[in-house]
Design a protein around this ligand. Structure first.
Ligand SMILES: Cc1cc2nc3c(=O)[nH]c(=O)nc-3n(C[C@H](O)[C@H](O)[C@H](O)COP(=O)(O)OP(=O)(O)OC[C@H]3O[C@@H](n4cnc5c(N)ncnc54)[C@H](O)[C@@H]3O)c2cc1C
Length: 419
């Protein structure tokens, strides 16, 4: 029986690979002309079990309300988007209560750690060229309150196996000499030693080659307009002028998944949260970081990807729109200047490549992985700001559920019907 996977971003491709590894037949359909051209295109590149926090931390309502009037706010709510966000927004706020928030951190951390293990296993088996790096990530803090908040979460996760080291300014510069110039502006740093990084789009392309070599088809330029079902069972999808029959369908269409589910009576609490990245060629420039550096206070970061630097951050709730707003791009350059002034002085900003993508944000900050009320219809969607980190683990979890084998981690926190 062939499983039809909708979407060739990180989640669709990893799901296909996990099913192929279990001896299943798979076909992927993708609306764009190639794989990984949407949210998985130019993300921050960080594989960070250390960052499992949903964005609805306790107190998020104050930030969102203030953001309506602040064009530079790191997380910005646009007034025109408020009506479409109403029901999702109520859930988002309900999940910002401390117990729910901390439970989500722990659930995401377990899945992220498993995911990283699966990624390492894949790299041992197959040669994948995706600017991969190890050595952890470094979060830096400009005030004691931000440090205290991050340390509170990190201490909880340390009980689940996360390793971290607290650094003073000497320790920061020893780990990342490129921060020497700004050492006096940083109150502390945390080195999350087990994190990794790499280019998600290159990974997707390499995985697509492996998938095709295994005999599976990836049909690009095929837009699914409807999921078809009869008598409580999925029967296929409508695509273009025709139908593709399938007894099993996996929906991995990122932020667009919700639209395909609504007509079949399934509500998926996922909304697009726009984010930006800027990619800069820094070949031969010097003074660039060796590992990703996150400015916790500015809610943005810098990831080295071989000869490139990727600046990443910001979130806007503004519906399905990927228009580039120069104010947001300038925020990222400001962050670069604040962390690595020499690099900023040496680059030509006009040659940098800005990009905006839509994070598929669930209302409780956790992805939705598993079956639905329609037999044969499965979901792997809603991975928000953490989809690169969670992709391999989510795919393995779903493949185990589809095969009826015992998954390595508890699937309950990620089921569609969780509370
Ligand atoms: C600025 C930014 C920075 C980020 N940084 C990080 C990071 O550092 N670390 C991390 O872990 N995560 C990060 N993320 C999150 C991560 O990139 C996403 O969670 C992940 O890419 C989502 O993958 P996906 O496969 O669900 O969605 P997508 O990559 O969007 O894939 C879905 C695919 O489905 C296709 N599709 C949609 N509708 C249909 C249809 N009807 N028919 C056929 N095909 C369809 C789309 O064309 C698309 O290719 C970041 C995201 C952004 C925006």
């Amino acid at each position: 029986m062939t499983t039809l996977v909708i979407g060739a971003g990180l989640l669709g491709l990893c799901t296909a690979k996990a099913l192929l590894d279990r001896g299943e037949a798979v076909r992927i359909v993708e609306s764009r002309e190639a794989v990984a051209l949407e949210t998985s295109f130019a993300n921050g590149g960080m594989l960070t079990p250390s960052l499992p926090e949903p964005w609805n931390d306790p107190g998020v309502h104050r930030h969102l309300a203030a953001s309506l009037f602040d064009p530079k706010s790191a997380m910005k709510l646009h007034l025109h988007a408020v009506p479409s966000l109403f029901f999702w927004g109520m859930k988002f706020l309900r999940n910002s209560a401390s117990p729910r928030y901390f439970r989500a951190c722990e659930d995401n951390f377990r899945l992220a750690s498993y995911s990283l293990q699966r990624m390492q296993a894949l790299m041992r088996k197959s040669k994948l060229d995706f600017s991969h790096g190890t050595g952890g990530t470094l979060s830096v803090f400009r005030n004691a309150k931000d440090l205290q908040n991050k340390k509170a979460v990190s201490d909880r996760l340390a009980a689940l196996g996360m390793r971290y080291e607290l650094l003073d300014s000497d320790g920061i510069v020893e780990l990342e000499p490129a921060l020497e110039r700004v050492r006096n502006e940083l109150v502390a740093g945390i080195h999350f030693v087990d994190d990794e990084f790499g280019d998600a789009q290159s990974f997707c392309k390499a995985l697509a080659d492996i998938i095709r070599a295994s005999g599976a088809e990836i049909d690009t330029g095929v837009h699914v307009s409807e999921i078809l079902h009869a008598n409580g069972r999925v029967t296929g999808v409508r695509a273009g002028d025709g139908m593709i029959a399938a007894k099993r369908v996996v929906l991995a269409a990122g932020p667009w998944s919700r639209r395909l589910l609504r007509p079949v009576g399934i509500s998926l609490p996922v909304q697009p949260a726009k984010g930006y990245s800027v990619t800069i060629d820094v070949a031969g420039l010097g003074g660039t970081p060796r590992i990703p550096v996150l400015d916790d206070t500015m809610h943005a970061g810098v990831t080295p990807l071989d000869h490139r630097l990727r600046l990443v951050g910001t979130a806007e709730f503004t519906g399905f729109n990927t228009r580039i707003d120069q104010v947001r791009v300038d925020n990222l350059f400001d962050m670069l200047k604040a962390l690595f002034p020499l690099v900023d002085a040496r680059i030509d900003r006009s040659k940098a490549l800005p990009w905006a993508g839509l994070r598929p944000m669930s209302a409780d900050g956790k992805p939705v992985i598993g079956g639905t009320a329609i037999d044969g219809l499965y979901l792997n969607a809603g991975h928000g700001q953490l989809g690169w980190t969670l992709a391999m683990g989510s795919a393995e979890l779903l493949a185990d559920l589809m095969q009826g084998t015992q998954p390595a981690i508890d699937p309950a926190p990620f089921s569609l019907n969780r509370n």
